[in-house]
Each structure stands twice: as structure tokens, then as C-alpha cells.
Design a protein around this ligand. Structure first.
Ligand code: T4K
Length: 378
């Protein structure tokens, strides 16, 4: 048996700038004596994110979930909102916290994102919008979804939590739909420990996001709407600026690691590697594989448990489906019979360790371990 790793190999590790680089930014915060409420670091990070994502407008937030909530409210997505069950709980929660009801829709068998044909079949007069997720950073069918939204007069918001830096034919992913949400959580390629952003094409819409995240305050004597505190503070923004400097190197390392996984795992029976779509530049946020129990020889859950015995802490993102949570199980759209593709895929997915400092030797060993698990299963 291959020797287990001495230390746990986590699915991800945060990108960390040098302490010196972070301290230099902190020194600026200290000398300005300005800690939150649209300070200098916040403004600089906002401009840098606009440049990096190639979007006209950005509003920074304290985390991605509050950003999503603000987008749903600002864009008036009431009644019912069509979304995917194959995502992190924050996606349907943002709909529910806004007082709307999620309508779960099945996914495409290759991209694992919302299936546009299924979306269209679910539209009723109660539906006001679509909240689609670029799951694992794999882009949704943005053309088909936009056409559906236009034909039915629906809002279209993207949860792009995993898609920082994804491009479709050179176009930044934050340019599609009415708005896109990015998460800057510690586990993301780009992060500010906690944080998030909304991008959009219109300055007027961005202003509504800015008001909503600042209690709805219009000026010192007027509050226009029921807002919330969703502001990113100066410490988060300072960390974000320092991390952003590290992103190009991190991306190069992750691309090389993904290439190595692909070489090592290619052709293994019953294993489907994350799809590579033509014209798409990947965010390299996750490296997900699908394990077909029959063809591979054992189930995803067995591979997960055996990898753990080797000290490899892979993750079953995004198992279970949101429709299996107690808070959504009773919705009519949660019936598993309506979600055959998502129900099959959720039992197959496994995210393997992916972060810039993961050595090739570890990638090779993880490949050998998966091979050994298969040999033992057959
Ligand atoms: N929409 C989607 C589609 C999302 O995936 C998310 C968040 C959101 C919306 C909401 O965005 P935020 O409000 O979070 O900005 C993590 C993250 O907390 C969450 O941000 C993320 N998605 C989700 C997919 O993953 P957990 O509970 O699975 O993370 P945790 O603590 O188990 O950490 C995962 C791995 O990272 C571990 O193997 C260890 C490593 N790790 C983690 C942390 C926090 C570190 O090495 N250092 C760290 O500081 O949720």
C-alpha cells in the first residue's frame, strides 16, 4: 500500500502574501486612521478588481452571501426565482432571505450548470428572475440564459463565487446578466479573508448596490431603502490588494497542477475529469472529478474515505443537493424525480486538492492513490 501523507493534504489552502507585503499595506491603514466606510484601500481595491475582471462597475462587500442578497433585492427578484440545486447553500438562501421562493431546476450533464431548456419549462407568471451559478468556475450557457431572460422579462443574476478570472472568448465573466457576485472567502483563488463583490454594466445599478450595503443611507439626513451593513472594511481591502499581487503566480501554479492531474488521471476507467470548454479561460478554483461507481469499480464515497486514510482530505462539493436540506426539502421543485441529472451527478463528484504550493510529487502520489483504490476495488 502507498504510504499515507505525514500531514493532511487539504482540498485548498489560502493564498498568502508575505507578511512584509501585508504589513506595508497595514501601515497605510494605520497612518490614515481610517478603518472602514469606503476608505482609500477600499477604493483602490475596487478599481483593481474592475481592471482584473474587465468589468465597468464593481461594488465591494463584506462577504459574497450578503452581496448576493443585495443583488436579489436591488433587482426586485420577488415571487419565485429559478436556481440550481447543485451549489453551496448561500445561493438559495439569498433568494429565501429576500422573501422569494427558490424554484430548483435540473442541470446540464456536462457543465453541471443550469440546463436552459429546463429553465424555460419552469417559467410561470410568479417567476421574476433566474439565479444561475458558474459552478466550479465552469460558465453557464450565458447566451441561452440571456435569451430566455429577455423573452420572458426576467432578471438574470450570476453567482460567480467560483469564477474569479474566468473568461468566455476573452470576455470577463462578470459582464453577463444584470449582475454577478464574486466571493472573496479565504478558500477562493483571490480572497480578502472574507469578502465579496457585485459587478454590473450600469453605474445606476451599482449605486443601488452601494446604498443597500450601507443601510440604505442616501446622505446624512436621508435613508432611502431598507439596507443592510454589507461594507468591506479597510483591513479586508488591504489584504485583498496584497493577495491580488499574488494571483498571477498562483494561477500559473494551479494551471500546471491541473495539467499534471489531467496527465496522471487521463484514461482511468470510470473517471470523468472536469470539462474543458472551448474558448473558456478557467478560474482554476477547483479541480473536480466524477466517479462512475460501475465503471470505476467503487463509489465516490469509497474513494473519499480511502483518500482520507491516505491523509488526503478531498471534498464532496456540492453534496448533498440543496433540495435535500431540511429547509428546502418540502418545496414542490425539490422532488428528486424532477432533478435526475443533478441527483446522479451529486453522488459522483469529488474535488481533489488544488492550491499553488501543492507539489507535483503530491499530485503524482494522489494519482497513484486513486489508482490503488481502483485496483483494490476490482
Ligand atoms: N455561492 C457559492 C456558489 C459559494 O460556493 C459560496 C461560498 C457562496 C455563494 C458564498 O460566498 P461567501 O459568503 O462565503 O463569500 C467554504 C467557504 O466558506 C465558502 O466561502 C465557499 N463558498 C464554500 C464552497 O467553501 P466550507 O465550510 O466548505 O470551508 P472549510 O472551512 O471546510 O474549508 C475548506 C478547506 O479550506 C479545508 O480543507 C481547509 C482549507 N482552509 C479553510 C480556511 C477557512 C484553510 O486552509 N484555511 C482557511 O482559513 O465553506
Amino acid at each position: 500500500m502507498i504510504k499515507p501523507f505525514d500531514e493532511p493534504i487539504y482540498m485548498t489552502r489560502p493564498v498568502l502574501p508575505t507578511l512584509e507585503a501585508f504589513n506595508a499595506r497595514l501601515a497605510e491603514v494605520w497612518s490614515a486612521r481610517w478603518l472602514t466606510n469606503a476608505g482609500e484601500q477600499h477604493e483602490r481595491l475596487g478599481r483593481a478588481i474592475c481592471d482584473y475582471l474587465d468589468v465597468p462597475e464593481v461594488s465591494l462587500f463584506n462577504n459574497g452571501t450578503i452581496a448576493l442578497l443585495a443583488a436579489v433585492r436591488a433587482l426586485g427578484m420577488r415571487g419565485e426565482v429559478i436556481t440550481t440545486p447543485f451549489t453551496f447553500p448561500a445561493t438559495p438562501h439569498a433568494i429565501s432571505w429576500s422573501g422569494a421562493t427558490p424554484v430548483f431546476c435540473d442541470i446540464d450533464p456536462v457543465t453541471m450548470t443550469l440546463d436552459p431548456a429546463r429553465v424555460e419549462a419552469l417559467i410561470t407568471p410568479k417567476v421574476t428572475g433566474i439565479l444561475a451559478v458558474h459552478v466550479y468556475g465552469i460558465p453557464c450557457d450565458v447566451v441561452a440564459l440571456q435569451s430566455i431572460a429577455d423573452r420572458h422579462g426576467l432578471r438574470l443574476v450570476y453567482d460567480a463565487a467560483h469564477a474569479f478570472g474566468t473568461r468566455i472568448n476573452g470576455v470577463g465573466i462578470g459582464n453577463f446578466g444584470d449582475a454577478s457576485m464574486f466571493s472573496f472567502h479565504a478558500t477562493k483563488l483571490f480572497h480578502s479573508a472574507e469578502g465579496g463583490a457585485l459587478t454590473c454594466g450600469s453605474a445606476a445599478v451599482r449605486e443601488t448596490f452601494d446604498h443597500l450595503k450601507n443601510f440604505g443611507i442616501l446622505n446624512q439626513e436621508e435613508v432611502g431603502v431598507v439596507g443592510i451593513n454589507g461594507k468591506m472594511n479597510e483591513l479586508q481591502a488591504a489584504l485583498g490588494l496584497a493577495v491580488l499581487d499574488c494571483v498571477p503566480d498562483e494561477l500559473r501554479c494551479r494551471e500546471a497542477i491541473i495539467g499534471r492531474y489531467r496527465e496522471r488521471l487521463a484514461g482511468m476507467a470510470g473517471l470523468t475529469l472536469m470539462p474543458e470548454l472551448p474558448g473558456v479561460q478557467s478560474s482554476c478554483q477547483y479541480f473536480v472529478v466524477r466517479i462512475d461507481r460501475e465503471a470505476f469499480g467503487c463509489s465516490r464515497d469509497v474513494v473519499f474515505d480511502r483518500l482520507k486514510a491516505y491523509n488526503v482530505l478531498a471534498r464532496k462539493y456540492f453534496y448533498p443537493l440543496c433540495t435535500d436540506y431540511a429547509c428546502y426539502r418540502e418545496l414542490p421543485s425539490s422532488a428528486p424525480g424532477l432533478l435526475p441529472v443533478a441527483t446522479e451527478i451529486v453522488g459522483q463528484v469529488l474535488c481533489l486538492p488544488l492550491y499553488g504550493t501543492l507539489p507535483f510529487t503530491a499530485v503524482d502520489a494522489i494519482g497513484d492513490m486513486i489508482g490503488e483504490i481502483q485496483e483494490q476495488a476490482c
